[in-house]
Write a protein that binds this ligand. Structure first.
Ligand code: NDP
Length: 289
C-alpha cells in the first residue's frame, strides 16, 4: 500500500449501487491506520478502455481494484500479469497496480467461496452439486471445483442461455479436467433430489419481484442451498429452502473472504483477526441497514 499520497482503491462494474465492498474496505483501512479510500467506479462498457489507459499514468492514485459484473472476464485482457488461477479460469476480481503502474490480476472469488464452504463445514469431496448460472461468478466457482483435490463426484449445471454455458465449458475444458461437469437443458434435469449442494450463481433473486427458479418440492433436508446473492440476505430461494428444512447460506461469507484475500494482495500483508472481524461486522451491519 502506498504512503506518499492518499491511495485510492475501488470497484469497477455496472451497476454498482448494491456493493457493500466500500464499507468493508474503508473500515479495514481505518483499522490498519492506512491513509486510503475505497470508492465505487461505475463504468459503462464504452468507458472501460479509457479507464484502464488512465490507470497507467504515474499520477493516478488508484493502487487496487475489484472487478464485478459484467467485467470479470473482460478485464483480463487489460492486465500485464495474472495469477496461475486466473490463467486457468480467465476471470479476475482483484487487480493490484504497482508503483510502476503494472497491472496484476488475481481471482479471490474462487478461494473466497471455498473458504466459506469450509466455515460451513461442507466438504465437496464426493458430493453431487446442482448449479444454476454460467456468468463470471459461475466461471470462477465451476473452475475451482474442477481443480481442487476435494473433487465433487458430479456437477450438473443449467443456464438460461445454453450457448453461454456451452462456451464456458468449452473454454474451461482447454485448461482443466471438466469431466465431472454435465450441462443440462432444463432445471428438471439438475437432479436436485439426489444433490448435496444447490448453488445459485445467477442474479435471479436480486430484485424483489424475481421469480424463484426452483420447484419447492425438489428441496430436501440434506441439501445445502447456497445463494451467491447476499442482498437481500434471504432470497425467495433461501426462504423456500428453510421451509423445506434444508441448510442455507447466502453469499455474504464469500464476499467477506474474497475481500480479505483481496486486501491482503493490495497491502501485501496477512490481516490479523482484529481487522478481519471489523470487516465482517461492517458487512453484517451494512446488510441490516
Ligand atoms: P453475470 O452477469 O456474469 O451472470 C449472470 C447470470 O445470471 C447468468 O448465468 C445469467 O444467465 C443469469 N440470469 C440473469 N437473469 C436471469 C433470468 N431472468 N433467468 C435466468 N437466469 C438469469 O453475473 P455474475 O456471474 O458476476 O454474478 C451473478 C450473481 O452472483 C450476482 O447476483 C452477483 O451479485 C453474485 N455474486 C456474489 C459474489 C459474492 O461474493 N457473494 C461474488 C460474485 C457474484 P444468461 O447467461 O442466460 O444471461
Amino acid at each position: 500500500m502506498q504512503d506518499a499520497q492518499r491511495s485510492v482503491y475501488g470497484i469497477i462494474g455496472y451497476p454498482l449501487a448494491h456493493s457493500l465492498s466500500p464499507l468493508m474496505h474503508n473500515v479495514a483501512f481505518k483499522e490498519l491506520g492506512v491513509d486510503a479510500v475505497y470508492q465505487l467506479f461505475p463504468l459503462k462498457e464504452e468507458e472501460l478502455d479509457g479507464f484502464f489507459e488512465k490507470l497507467r499514468e504515474r499520477s493516478n492514485p488508484i493502487f487496487g481494484l475489484n472487478v464485478t459484473t459484467p467485467y470479470k472476464e473482460r478485464a483480463v485482457r487489460y492486465l500485464d500479469n495474472v495469477s496461475p488461477l486466473v490463467e486457468r479460469i480467465m476471470a479476475v476480481n482483484t487487480i493490484v497496480i504497482t508503483r510502476e503502474r503494472r497491472l496484476i490480476g488475481y481471482n479471490t472469488d474462487a478461494p473466497g467461496f471455498l473458504s466459506h464452504l469450509v466455515e460451513l463445514q461442507f466438504n465437496t469431496r464426493g458430493k453431487k452439486i446442482a448449479m444454476l448460472g454460467a456468468g463470471g461468478a459461475a466461471r470462477a466457482i465451476l473452475g475451482v471445483l474442477c481443480m481442487i483435490s476435494e473433487r465433487p463426484v458430479s456437477i450438473k449445471i443449467y443456464n438460461r442461455s445454453t450457448g453461454r454455458l456451452n462456451e464456458l465449458l468449452k473454454d474451461l475444458a482447454t485448461r482443466m479436467d471438466t469431466s465431472i461437469v454435465e450441462p443440462v437443458m432444463s432445471i428438471d434435469d439438475l437432479e436436485i433430489p439426489e444433490a448435496d449442494l444447490l448453488l445459485n450463481t445467477t442474479s435471479v433473486g436480486l430484485r424483489k419481484d424475481d421469480p424463484c427458479l426452483i420447484d419447492e418440492a425438489l428441496i430436501h433436508p440434506s441439501l445445502l442451498v447456497y445463494d451467491l446473492i447476499y442482498n437481500p440476505a434471504e432470497t425467495d430461494l433461501l426462504k423456500m429452502a428453510k421451509r423445506r428444512g434444508a441448510r442455507t447460506a447466502n453469499g455474504l461469507g464469500m464476499l467477506y473472504y474474497q475481500g480479505v484475500l483481496g486486501l491482503q494482495h493490495w497491502a501485501n500483508v496477512q490481516l490479523d483477526e482484529r481487522v478481519k472481524n471489523v470487516m465482517r461486522r461492517a458487512l453484517e451491519e451494512g446488510l441490516r441497514l
